[in-house]
Design a protein around this ligand. Sequence first.
Ligand code: SF4
Length: 277
Amino acid sequence: MPKQIISASEMERYGYCPLSWYLDLRGIDAEGDEVNTGVEKHKVIGDSLKNLLVEEEKSRETSTTLMVIVGLIMTVVTIALIILWLSTDVLRQNMGVILLIIGIGWMLIAAFFLYKLLLSTEKIDQLRDDYNLGEETIETPDGLTEETPVLKSRKYNLAGRPDYMIKENNLRIPVEVKTGRRPKAPFFSHVLQIGAYCLLSEETFRTSPSHGQIRYGFENEPHNVEWEPKLKTLVIEKIEEMNDIREGRTKAHRNHKRVGKCNSCSRRKGCPERLRN
Ligand code: SF4
């Protein structure tokens, strides 16, 4: 029987607490205001990035149209000037003047597209400033893969969709945006998730990313997580553990002794191993 696909967000849940992931598999949903707020904030982040990418695509199209129009104007004006220069025939000279007028008409159209391009560039700069994105080329998984906007690994039975990827030559550095305050070091569960995205990026694009990025809100500096052999081994180990639990070879249990963690866990109500004060 083929193994069930594990998603990178499941790995995050597993990294937080294997039991939380297992309870989710058994249909025990996460509860609490923080879950809804997190989902809403994530949607806002996703929509904002989509806006930026749509605007960048529009800007590229406008720029191409503008270049075509400029090329057309140059051709028409050159032909008009040659006709006016060489021709002594009134009819031809009139034709030259008409072409010149057409050229001027196209200049007005070009001015309109230039204005559109400037507005669009201004909007892109503003959005990039808002999200601290600098000049890097960003992509979302949409349109990069053959069938679905999800990265997949057949070898590890893994799938996932990072919030976006930074394109550096032929490398794709996955980036996951998290809500909440920026910790000094990223949480283990988030490192595991970004590791899963690095593995997916490596397999999908056939080049290893140097690192993945975790951003706690757009206003803060990102944490870079190096994609090193140790992290790859850990990700593969966790996938194997999850498969073992799914197939009944082992059981999922709490992996910590922190009461506070259980108190803020969104599956605490339905959890048989919950720690209490
Ligand atoms: S309540 Fe505690 S033990 Fe239970 S799933 Fe949550 S974190 Fe794990």
